[in-house]
Design a protein around this ligand. Structure first.
Ligand code: PLP
Length: 406
């Protein structure tokens, strides 16, 4: 295939990710690989700075706190939040969404209310709301979809907005790779004073994110999907709303004063960070954001689109596979079914060729049920992947067909 020229020095960038020499890694939607400077920041912290934060007055404690809070400032800057009070470190998107679901419901959701979601969601942005709905005797309400699975924006105004208390939708689908029309949800919801949570697990670190320009009320994302360490994530929340929510978990660091029978709580963001946080994870995430910003988030996004275009052109003539999303403009995620080979067999065969893809329902069973398929295979690309890796994938797919057809 003709090689497309890329503006990113991909071959230099790949040297930052030693693990990429071991296989073709096409499972980036599950977790991204980590550059050496993020890996080193973790061992450096343990070698030189390890101490708890916000409590010890010794030098190590002060240093650890300064680094942790510096990471928070980097996150603020990365998503253009107004203030560091709006940045809460969590263990990932799932944790961030559970925090909002639990605290928001405690304060604002009552019997008869509803929560607006979509059938495209990852389980992390569906199950927490199902739990809340059953606890509060509320219901889930679903965004109407067109045949191509985009939001039916004309039907949005007909939703029962008087019962909807919050909308929670994903930015980029982890199965289809399409960027959802969150702008239309946000503007309709705000027209009815309904706050909106955006699940940005597949968009943060992939496309530019500016929470002020998006005008979202909450934004949840995972650090480990954007070159940061595992077990890291962020919840952005509009300060005015976060102030109104009760604490999600109780423990150290989230209190102001504690008596035998009651407590008063710390200011934001500590109110939502009970116990010893993942300090080294947050610091590693700050490094990852530095790394991505140095390369340039727009260049990263363009690179993913270039690769997606290459992947689309390299595979669209294969009659034996059917893509779940047929649009040319997907953001690095391609899920498909093969006419004969089960996704798991295909993933296992490709693994024998040192190509890592995902097979299953990708934590999106309602979407798979809607499409009447139990599972699919998924290729998910990131900026460090190459056109020649896509060529290898195509060759291995053809080999798999020969292998399984006999
Ligand atoms: N939301 C989406 C769209 C995802 O793709 C994922 C993970 O794949 C999640 C939420 C959950 O992320 P985590 O497991 O990091 O909490």
């Amino acid at each position: 295939m003709e090689q497309l020229t890329s503006v990113l020095p991909v071959h230099t960038i790949r040297k930052d990710f030693p693990i990429l020499d071991t296989c073709v890694y096409f499972d980036n939607a599950a977790t991204s690989q980590k550059p050496v400077e993020v890996i080193n920041s973790i061992s450096n912290f343990y070698k030189n700075t390890n101490a708890n934060v916000h409590r010890s007055i010794h030098r190590l404690g002060e240093k650890a706190t300064a680094k942790y809070e510096d990471a928070r400032e980097r996150v603020r800057n990365f998503i253009n939040a107004r203030s560091v009070q709006e940045i809460i470190f969590t263990s990932g998107t799932t944790d961030s969404i559970n925090l909002v679901a639990s605290a928001f419901a405690e304060k604002f959701i009552n019997e008869g209310d509803s929560i607006l979601v979509t059938e495209l969601e990852h389980h992390s942005n569906l199950v927490p709301w199902q739990l809340i709905a059953s606890r509060k005797k509320a219901t889930l309400c679903f965004v109407p979809l067109r045949d191509d699975l985009s939001y039916d924006t004309e039907a949005l105004e007909k939703l029962p907005w008087h019962t909807i208390k919050i909308a929670a939708v994903s930015h980029i689908s982890n199965v289809l790779g399409i960027e959802n029309n969150i702008k239309s949800i946000i503007s309709h919801a705000h027209g009815h004073d309904v706050p909106v949570l955006i699940d940005a697990a597949q968009s943060a670190g992939h496309i530019p994110i500016d929470v002020q320009a998006m005008d979202c009320d909450f934004l949840a994302f995972s650090g480990h999907k954007m070159c940061g360490p595992l077990g890291t994530g962020v919840l952005y929340g509009r300060e005015r709303l976060l102030e109104q929510l009760p604490p999600y978990r109780g423990g150290g660091d989230m209190i102001h004063s504690v008596w035998k029978d009651k407590s008063s709580y710390a200011h934001l963001p500590c109110k939502f960070e009970a116990g010893t946080p993942n300090i080294v994870g947050a610091i590693g995430l700050g490094k990852a954001m530095n790394y991505l910003s140095r390369i340039g988030i727009t260049a990263i996004s363009d690179r993913i689109y270039t690769l997606s275009d290459y992947f689309y052109k390299a595979t669209r003539d294969i009659d034996s596979i059917q893509f779940l999303e047929t649009s040319e403009k997907t953001h690095g995620i391609f899920s498909f079914v093969h006419k004969i080979i089960h996704p798991h067999d295909l993933a296992q065969y490709l693994d024998s060729r040192e190509i890592a893809i995902r097979a299953g329902h990708h934590c999106a069973q309602p979407l798979h049920r809607m499409l009447k398929i139990p599972a699919s295979a998924r290729v998910s690309l990131y900026f460090y992947n190459t056109e020649s890796e896509i060529d290898c994938f195509r060759t291995a797919l053809e080999e798999a067909e020969r292998f399984f057809y006999v």
